[in-house]
Design a protein around this ligand. Structure first.
Ligand SMILES: Cc1cc2nc3c(=O)[nH]c(=O)nc-3n(C[C@H](O)[C@H](O)[C@H](O)COP(=O)(O)OP(=O)(O)OC[C@H]3O[C@@H](n4cnc5c(N)ncnc54)[C@H](O)[C@@H]3O)c2cc1C
Length: 375
């Protein structure tokens, strides 16, 4: 039997960021991060990991602002982390472009000048704008390797002995006990924790806290992206097609582009052996390419497929289980878990422990002063 201040169930990007931030905030806490598989082996493993700074609602935009600030500070503090800034071009119909632009947190977002449009066309020679479509240029976006980033956050949190990450440790059940929770593991072990965060990604509805997530209307949706074997120039921007909610992400180091689009297969099983890129997915992806970059369609080779938990309003779901002592569910990232992970983690910690103002102060102090507790 081991006793922790905080247990986090699931070591995807949400669990890893929660562990990192909890450790920054409370270096004296004993924290357990438990995953039944490997670190970053769920939805995080398949992620395109693009951080485009937009949100459809006020809450989402506030989360975006918080997350952008975290990632910029993190990169400044640890320049070796696999996070790179990348310019983007927002493509939308003239009548929709101001609405689309209003969703972005990017003070520099502006209509592309003739010179900028010429530059974009140099990177994507067959980019075609449908009639009456406009392009805006932005710079406040980042791309990372989600697996490397997740592992790096866990490693930094586990730098001293107060934080432990146990892979291959499934949490079967969480029970209330007088001063917190007892976690019952699949291998027979039991641990106790004063507070716990459930961050099990697309398995939110089937594992601990499952009934609570089901009652909140969380569902699982397939998420897919196609690989296009065409080597982009190193400084090519991301193209975001607002109407289709799709983006074309240059991956020059892998000599390919990635087209992320919105697959509409709901309530799928979160098992890679059961998920496929089907003819509908492929034809949807090709229709987007044929519309904007027709010459790329013939280079569309394979792709990547998994799923994510979605909330009803597509905003992340972070809530304390009211019938429980101190148990918080954090997820339903709705296809945006990498870009919103810092804000989700902070909300989860605020709910599971101390007040918002205290969290902000401790977080800002530890990030803003550059004083590292992990060096
Ligand atoms: C193809 C694709 C492209 C994407 N592109 C982007 C993008 O460009 N930008 C973006 O922001 N997001 C993107 N996403 C979404 C993003 O990847 C997810 O929102 C995010 O990874 C979810 O993270 P998570 O930590 O909630 O879940 P996961 O990464 O699934 O982690 C959950 C973890 O919990 C563990 N677990 C489950 N049950 C238990 C249990 N009972 N006990 C212990 N451990 C358990 C699992 O093993 C897993 O490691 C994409 C997703 C996909 C599939």
């Amino acid at each position: 039997m081991k006793d922790f201040d905080l247990a986090i169930i699931g070591a995807g990007i949400i669990g890893a960021t929660t562990a990192y931030l909890a450790h920054v905030r409370r270096p004296e806490w004993h924290i357990a991060l438990l995953d039944r598989s490997f670190i970053g082996d769920g939805a995080t493993h398949y992620s395109a990991a693009l951080d485009l700074p937009f949100g459809r609602t006020t809450r989402q935009r506030a989360m975006v602002a918080r997350s952008v600030s975290f990632y910029c500070d993190l990169k400044a503090r640890y320049p070796e982390l696999p996070i790179r800034e990348i310019p983007f071009a927002l493509v939308a119909h003239a009548k929709d472009i101001s609405n689309a632009a209003a969703a972005f947190i990017d003070a520099g977002l502006h209509l592309a000048s003739a010179q900028e449009w010429h530059q974009v066309r140099l990177k994507y020679p067959d980019l075609t704008l449908p009639q009456e479509y406009l392009v805006m240029m932005g710079s406040n976006a980042r791309h990372s390797s989600s697996i490397q980033l997740t592992s790096a956050l866990v490693n930094k949190a586990c730098n001293d002995r107060n934080v432990q990450c146990w892979e291959g440790s499934e949490v079967r059940q969480v029970e209330d006990i007088p001063c917190g929770h007892m976690l019952i593991l699949g291998d027979g072990r039991r641990i106790t924790a004063k507070r716990a965060v459930i961050a099990t990604g697309p398995w939110l509805m089937s594992g601990p806290g499952g009934a609570f997530s089901q009652a909140a209307g969380i569902r699982v949706k397939k998420v897919a992206a196609m690989h296009i074997d065409w080597c982009p120039p190193p400084d090519a921007p991301v193209l975001y097609f607002a109407e289709e909610d799709a983006f074309l992400l240059p991956l020059p180091e892998q000599r390919k582009l990635l087209l992320s689009f919105t697959a509409q297969e709901w309530d799928c099983l979160a098992e890679i052996s059961r998920l496929r890129i089907n003819p509908d997915d492929r034809s949807l992806a090709l229709s987007i390419l044929n519309r904007y970059c027709p010459a790329l369609a013939e280079h569309c080779s394979g792709g990547r497929i998994f799923c994510d938990a979605y909330s009803q309003d597509r905003a992340p779901f972070v809530a304390r289980i009211s019938t429980s002592h101190n148990l918080v569910v954090a997820g339903a990232c709705s296809g945006s878990g990498v870009r919103l992970a810092p804000a989700i983690a902070l909300e989860a910690l605020e709910l599971s422990d101390i007040s918002v103002s205290e969290t902000k102060t401790v977080y800002e102090e530890s990030i803003g002063t550059g004083a590292s507790t992990h060096s």
